[in-house]
Design a protein around this ligand. Structure first.
Ligand code: F0G
Length: 482
């Protein structure tokens, strides 16, 4: 049933699914958590999952699959070429997105690789609402650059703007005018804008972007990886779309785009990715690269089992009960943290709850990676693993200078249908404790800094003995408790 919000009590979201398969979890004592964090070079990417209680690193590839998705995996047609599983997916993509051609890829960044190889060359620019790490890395690797044109409000950490992921239309027009369309590879719109806190754009804004791009003859590429969250917010926050179905809004967004690509690690709750479009000419150009980098055209690096599950997962995404769960849990977490005075990104977005490290640990300068330090501290205090989305996730410029991020966020992802509300409450409780003791948290500095995507495997160390002090305070307050 459309537009029914399932809440009871004080904004408690109600799950429209039940848990039928579980995985045992473990909480290490705090001293062992400190050891694990030290062993991981203070980088949450390098922790072993067995040492983590709540894995809120990402929603990528870790969403809970449905019974029907798992059942579909059993029917996979194992074949290198011409697998029936692929044709089912292709036909589901046509039905949902209304695009004729579909190219599979092993994940979202593989699509970005192909798009960058085909459209970007030295000197070309890709205007977008906001960059994502892998997107920018591929564009830059091809000699291009990124121009971020998100509305100013998008960079205000606390706001009541419902669509902080919108593009500033005046800035877009002025930029295209100044550069000339020849210099523009394409305009990229990222649904559920990841790095500014999972913030959506409106359908109205997208229609305006289309108008401007048509004036200049420029392509629009939609990154639909976080489409599910964006769809939820359009239905919830955009007056004109209140009575549209998920399917209608998806189709409208796709119709406004020339190319749609996605990470199926997020969209569709599996592992994989793909690109769809109507232009045969562009399809043929992009197609050449799929067998080269991904695999044959009927699997593109995905297993046929994942392809079957994706077909079902995309269909399930067209259901409000499914797309509401993540954002509703996130909103509930954000509200509880706000009650404790913890600085968070507002309004609540998709993907996860985002702590504002710039304020949480305002005493740590950006040069000592406040969001990374907060991530290390939170793991030590709770066993909860988050992801730094701040300066550590940026790249130094060609002269080796640090590029300070607009926002210093610690993202606590809520993979879809994975955690219970009591687990979310545990995280809230420990974050509250950490906030009360925030003055104990100190900065981090690099011991080993990779040149590209350094946040994945960089090794850092605390700039003082602040982590020992944090453990001592924990023992004082919590006694023998884990
Ligand atoms: N686009 C967006 C908006 C993403 O959030 C991601 C991945 C990608 C593209 C790349 O997709 O991982 O399948 O290659 N985001 C993950 C995250 C990594 O944790 O936010 P991928």
């Amino acid at each position: 049933m459309a537009n029914v919000k399932f809440y009871f009590g004080e904004n408690v979201p109600l799950e429209m699914h039940k848990v039928r398969v579980v995985q045992k979890l473990n909480i290490l004592p705090i001293e062992q958590r400190l050891e694990a964090m030290t062993g991981a070079g203070n980088n949450t990417f390098l922790l072993k999952n067995r040492d983590v209680y709540l894995d809120m690193l990402t929603d990528s590839g870790v969403n809970a699959m449905s019974d029907n998705q798992i059942a579909a995996m059993m029917q996979a047609d194992d074949s290198y070429a011409g697998s029936e599983s692929f044709f089912k997916l292709e036909s589901k993509i046509r039905e949902i997105f209304g695009k004729e051609f579909f190219l599979p890829a092993h994940q979202g960044r593989a699509c970005e690789h192909i798009l960058a190889q085909v459209f970007v060359e030295p000197g070309k620019v890709v205007p977008m609402n906001y960059h994502f790490t892998t997107t920018k890395a591929h564009i830059v690797a091809c000699g291009g650059s990124v121009e971020e044109l998100v509305i100013d409000e998008g960079l205000n950490v606390t706001s009541d703007c419902p669509f902080k992921g919108n593009i500033d239309i005046d800035k877009l027009r002025a930029f295209l005018q100044e550069q000339g369309s020849d210099k523009i590879a394409f305009v990229r719109l990222e649904a559920g804008t990841n790095l500014i806190g999972g913030q959506p754009f409106s359908l109205e804004n997208m229609a305006e972007v289309r108008k401007v791009c048509d004036e200049f003859g420029v392509l629009i590429v939609l990154d639909a990886s976080l489409l599910a969250d964006n769809l939820h917010f359009i239905i919830e926050r955009e007056e004109k779309c209140k009575n549209m179905s998920v399917r209608e809004i998806t189709r409208a967004m796709s119709d406004l785009s020339d190319i749609v690509y996605f990470s199926a690690r997020k969209l569709g709750c599996v592992r994989g990715g793909g690109m769809c479009l109507n232009s045969k000419e562009l399809y043929l150009k992009m197609r050449e690269l799929v067998p080269l980098y991904e695999g044959f055209l009927t699997y593109g690096g995905m297993s046929v089992r994942e392809i079957e599950a994706l077909t079902v997962g995309l269909e399930e995404t067209m259901d409000e009960d499914m797309i509401n769960q993540g954002p509703q849990f996130i909103a509930s977490m954000v509200e509880e943290l706000k009650k404790k005075g913890v600085p968070v990104v507002t309004p609540p977005g998709g993907l996860g709850c985002h702590l504002n490290a710039m304020e949480f640990v305002g005493h740590i300068p950006q040069s000592l990676y406040p969001a990374g330090a907060l991530g290390a501290a939170l793991y030590i205090a709770s066993g909860v693993r988050g992801m730094e989305r701040g300066t550590l996730s940026e790249q130094r410029d060609e002269n080796g200078n640090e590029h300070y991020a607009n926002m210093e966020l610690l993202r606590l992802a809520l993979p879809r249908r994975v955690f219970t509300l009591s687990q979310v409450k545990y995280a809230v409780d420990r974050i509250g404790w950490l906030y009360e003791n925030r003055s104990l948290i100190g900065g981090l500095s690099f011991v080993d800094e990779p040149k590209i995507l350094r946040f994945f495997f960089g090794i850092l160390s605390p700039v003082s003995d602040w982590q020992d002090k944090l453990v001592a305070k924990f023992r004082e307050d919590f006694g023998d408790s884990l």
